[in-house]
Design a protein around this ligand. Structure first.
Ligand code: FRU
Length: 428
């Protein structure tokens, strides 16, 4: 049971809407974040410490199903397919980011996944790590993988194997073919890679503008065709352009703050945003950066893996965020946050008044992460770590999928589904 928030579906449909190219950025306000509260409708159920593991070979985290341009997961020749960031289980769990690669899994039922190996040949890649993105079947058996290429090879061929790692982030695309027979799925191609976006320093912070320890972000593209204008867009995680600390918290960033609430000057360094870019050719190799859709200035410095769900004519913008990335004076759990709008660029309002959709239980604050809300409102994520009497048990495997119900700006956890249940919504 919870109080419902004022933005009903009919009110959400009337929220101010702008052209996708317009210079309007909605804000997740400090006053919204102050409303974060947890109850049975938004608290992720506890995962038992004896959870099952999909692959003993690899740590598995950020995951995205093979979809069509309409964001719906699809099968290929009857196989369900997902991509995940993977790293060998032989390395310490915390080191996985520095050697992350995109791996693929397939199943007959959207549940019993078999690890198929790496999607792309790393020797032919541009960067040193592959971070999250989206995989879309764009032709009969053509798959385009848009992703984050991280770091640059030294002398064009070798990557650092010890810290400090180069975390330069650029968005890239590569194309290949999917194949399947009665035994499984495999891919060919993905040998040529094209950089399609880099931060401009104005809308999106560059690596040079980011000051440690608040590392910049320019990653996690989610690509889809907008049904309203039929153009192909990608949303991604960025930070507000400019040198860390140069942002001034505006009244639109802050909202109506309760009397006595102070804004620690350090908050100016927390400038997560959700970026937007539009494809300008049909091969999807040319893109134009547009102003961010939403900013979290003075609220949170990471709005990761943003994605869009279009439901009953409303646009839902979801993103994942962490407790440790909140600005001083505001807080919330690791989990998935959401905003509802009337079109792709609109005056997005936070779901449930605060933005919080599903957060980790206080007893297991790092239990789930990297949630993705699918068009059927199933939420898939991975198990990060589960506390046990002997310290944390690291997951690196898929968590139970959760079913959401949504009504306007209100969301409700309605059902716990099996571990890693990511069924396709359409065949082909
Ligand atoms: C979220 C994330 C993504 C990034 C990846 C790197 O879990 O931080 O933003 O693509 O993990 O491992």
């Amino acid at each position: 049971s919870k109080q419902t928030y004022g933005v009903t579906a009919s009110r959400a449909a009337k929220l101010k809407s702008y052209a996708p190219t317009a210079n309007f950025t909605a804000t997740w306000k400090r006053s919204d974040a102050l409303k974060v509260s947890m109850d049975s409708t938004n608290t992720t159920p506890i995962i038992p410490e004896n959870f099952p593991v999909i692959s003993n070979k690899v740590w598995q985290w950020d995951t995205w199903p093979l979809t069509g341009m309409n964001t719906k997961p699809i099968t290929y020749k009857g196989w369900h397919v997902i991509m995940s960031l993977v790293a060998p289980r032989t390395i310490p769990y915390g080191d996985r980011h520095w050697v992350a690669r995109i791996g693929y899994y397939y199943s007959r039922d959207g549940h019993n996944w078999k690890y198929g190996g790496q999607l792309m040949d790393e020797a032919r890649g541009i960067g040193c790590m592959e971070w999250a993105g989206t995989a879309i079947k764009t032709g009969k058996n053509t798959v385009r993988q848009i992703y984050t290429t991280v770091g640059a090879k030294r002398g064009g061929s070798t990557c650092r194997t010890t810290p400090p790692f180069d975390v330069k982030q650029r968005l890239a695309i590569s194309k290949g073919k999917i194949h399947a027979d009665s035994k499984g799925v495999w891919f060919t191609g993905f040998t040529s890679h094209k950089i399609i976006a880099q931060p401009d320093g104005k809308f999106y912070q560059t690596q040079a503008q980011g000051i440690a320890p608040y590392d910049y972000a320019f990653r996690d593209p989610f690509m889809f065709r907008n049904p309203k204008d039929k153009k192909v867009y990608a949303v991604f995680e960025g930070n507000t352009g400019g040198v860390t600390g140069s942002h001034r918290c505006s009244s639109r960033d802050l909202g109506n703050l309760p009397p006595g609430h102070t804004v620690d000057p350090e908050s100016t360094k927390f400038t997560g945003n959700i970026g937007l870019m539009v494809a300008t050719n049909s091969a999807l190799t040319k893109w134009k950066l547009l102003p961010p859709l939403l900013s979290a200035n003075c609220v949170n410095r990471q709005t990761e893996r943003p994605h869009v769900v279009i439901k009953n004519g409303l646009y839902y913008l979801f993103t994942i965020s962490h407790k440790f990335t909140y600005a001083p004076g505001v807080t919330g759990p690791d989990g998935v946050y959401g905003f509802v709008g009337s079109s792709l660029r609109s005056d997005y309002q936070p779901m449930n008044g605060s933005g919080l959709v599903l957060g980790n239980p206080p007893e297991a604050p790092e239990q789930n992460y990297s949630h993705e809300v699918l068009p059927n409102l199933m939420v898939q994520s991975f198990i990060d770590q589960v506390p046990t009497a002997n310290g944390p048990r690291f997951g690196g495997t898929l968590a139970p999928t959760l079913q959401l119900g949504i009504d306007g700006a209100n969301s409700y956890l309605t059902r716990i589904l099996p571990y890693g249940y990511i069924p396709a919504m359409a065949g082909n």
